[in-house]
Design a binder for this molecule. Structure first.
Ligand code: NAD
Length: 294
């Protein structure tokens, strides 16, 4: 069993670390929030004060941090992972961050003889708790082979998407589809309301027709047709509108840098930005239907 340093024990990181502990790994966690460390200790992990201590002792370091800024600081800063880990240590960043930061950190890590993967996830807190996350992984085949058995303890679907940064590229492309499709499904339900067509009837037809998509069948933005969707609990998150906006902005930055035309992605980013500014940052992203309705 591996000794794993786990940095970032928030909504996602803590249940992921708990699944590693359940699988018999020794987890040493670091977080700037003392309450997160207490929860890790209750789950059978060890709290460590400094990143450099956890990194120097670990066979594998996993990070689950808010954004690129924190990832760069924790990996590349003084006393950070790249400076402190021993050559051959496997580093796995599961945060959702920009492709450029992921590639920059991987290059620094590889220069130091470390193995680095970007492995952002899909599946939310539910998937992290159940150990059913999807991992989209970028990095060398050697690093991927070493990581697979560990990722399998936290996820169900693990896809090697190519070289460094390709996991992040897959994540932002996927979430751009999700943001656009949630707005499209919401617009369809609002139009149906105006036309006197019942929500359930539209669902019964579209969920079996060419309008079928995950935003319709798994995460339906109106209450009723899919009992587990956040629409049935006043759009309690789930996946917040702020996080959707973060991912849509990452997609727009990447599209500009790469010269890709993504007009619907740009519109989705603008619509979610207005929704977040209306005071709904913490609401589930499917609550966008209330904004669409006006
Ligand atoms: P979170 O804010 O709950 O957790 C982040 C944790 O990192 C916090 O506990 C925070 O205290 C800690 N942290 C911040 N800076 C630190 C530092 N310098 N050193 C040590 N710890 C530090 O966020 P989350 O919901 O767990 O999301 C983490 C990542 O996963 C994000 O990139 C997010 O976009 C992505 N993600 C989240 C979800 C979701 O549904 N929550 C789904 C998919 C992907």
């Amino acid at each position: 069993m591996a000794r794993i340093g786990f940095i970032g024990l928030g909504n996602m990181g803590l249940p992921m670390a708990q699944n590693l502990i359940k699988a018999g790994h020794q987890v040493e966690g670091v977080d700037v929030n003392p309450a997160a460390l207490e929860k890790l200790k209750s789950a059978g992990g060890t709290a460590v004060e400094f990143v450099k201590v956890a990194a120097a002792r670990a066979d594998v370091v996993i990070t689950m941090l808010p954004a690129g800024k924190e990832v760069r600081a924790v990996y590349l800063g003084a006393g950070g992972i790249v400076e402190s880990a021993n050559a051959g240590t496997l580093l796995i960043d599961c945060s959702t961050i920009d492709v450029d930061s992921a590639r920059a950190v991987a290059a620094e890590a590889e220069n130091k003889g470390l193995l680095m993967l970007d492995a952002p996830v899909s599946g939310g807190v539910g998937g992290a708790t159940a150990g059913t996350l999807t991992f989209m992984v970028g990095g060398s085949a050697q690093a991927f082979t070493r990581a697979e058995s560990i990722l399998q303890k936290m996820g169900k679907t693990i896809v090697h998407a190519g070289g460094a940064g390709n996991g992040q590229a897959a994540k932002i492309c996927n979430n751009m589809i999700l943001g656009v499709s949630m707005i499209a499904v919401s617009e369809a339900f609002v139009l149906a309301e105006k036309l006197g067509l019942d929500h359930q009837k539209l669902f019964d037809i579209s969920s079996k027709s060419s309008g079928q998509c995950w935003s319709m069948t798994s995460y339906c933005p109106v209450p009723g047709p899919v009992p587990t969707s956040p629409a049935n609990r006043d759009y309690q998150a789930g996946f917040t509108a702020a996080m959707m906006l973060k991912d849509l902005k990452l997609a727009q930055d990447a599209a500009k840098a790469a010269g890709a035309k993504t007009p619907l992605g740009a519109d989705a980013a603008r619509i979610y930005s207005s929704y977040v500014e209306s005071g709904e940052a913490g609401r589930d992203f499917s609550g966008i239907i209330r904004f669409v309705r006006g």
